[in-house]
Unconditional design. Structure first.
Length: 235
């Protein structure tokens, strides 16, 4: 663990908790620190990717941004798992629904993550690898949603490498039962598997690809707190 600070995280070893709750937007990480953490201490501001460590109900936890896309979350989670001793990473983020039963503000708990990315090529697997969540975290997240009365679905998401795609083929993913499209979970799950650690992705539906409904950037930053309630219940 002598490789800290890393090129992308300015913390020393021991300044980051074993469980990290991450969001793509670093301002959402700041919101989580302010809303959920007691005595938060900032451990990172490199590249504006804010990170904080504090306690929640007496349990030590860190929150941090991870940026957009699989290359970005791939770098940050690799360093957290492999250089900082992190055991659990929970992504909270936004997703676009491709399921008519999922409405704006509903939660998706990602059991698995399809992808159009070549991220898995680095492992030189002799076939197609299927990135999946840690079952214990997933089960407890679903139980929390049931207890709190939050609308949610558990299933497959599509982790896309592109936001403005020429040929998204969302109808084909939908035909295979995929619930929503986001941009990071597949890489997170692969990094967790390769490092022998645990991960879970929880997303809020920010827009509906089939109906054209959408939330504003301000709403996504400040009001998507149900997924945070679920994430912090997993400590």
């Amino acid at each position: 663990m002598a490789k800290t600070p890393t090129p992308h995280i300015g913390a020393q070893y021991g300044e980051i908790a074993e469980t990290v709750i991450m969001a793509g937007d670093p301002l959402r990480a700041k919101l989580m620190a302010e809303k959920f953490l007691d005595n938060p201490v900032q451990f990172n501001k490199v590249r504006g990717m804010l990170g904080f460590t504090g306690t929640h109900d007496g349990k030590r936890v860190s929150v941090m941004g991870h940026g957009m896309g699989m290359p970005s979350i791939g770098i940050y989670t690799y360093e957290l798992y492999n250089f900082y001793g992190v055991k659990n990473i929970i992504r909270v983020g936004s997703a676009g629904s491709i399921n008519m039963d999922l409405k704006l503000g509903d939660l998706v708990i990602a059991m698995g993550a399809c992808t159009n990315s070549n991220y898995a090529d680095q492992y030189e697997m002799p076939g197609t690898y299927a990135p999946i969540a840690n079952y214990e975290l997933l089960r407890r997240a679903a139980d929390t949603c049931d207890r709190l009365g939050y609308r949610y679905k558990v299933g497959n998401v599509m982790s896309s490498d592109v936001f403005y795609g020429e040929n998204a083929h969302n109808d084909k993913w939908m035909n295979m039962g995929v619930l929503a499209v986001e941009m990071e979970v597949a890489a997170l799950y692969m990094n967790a598997a390769r490092s022998g650690n645990r991960a879970l992705g929880i997303c809020t539906i920010s827009d509906h690809i089939l109906t054209g409904e959408a939330t504003t950037a301000e709403e996504r930053q400040n009001t998507f707190t149900k997924m945070m309630d679920v994430a912090f219940s997993l400590l």
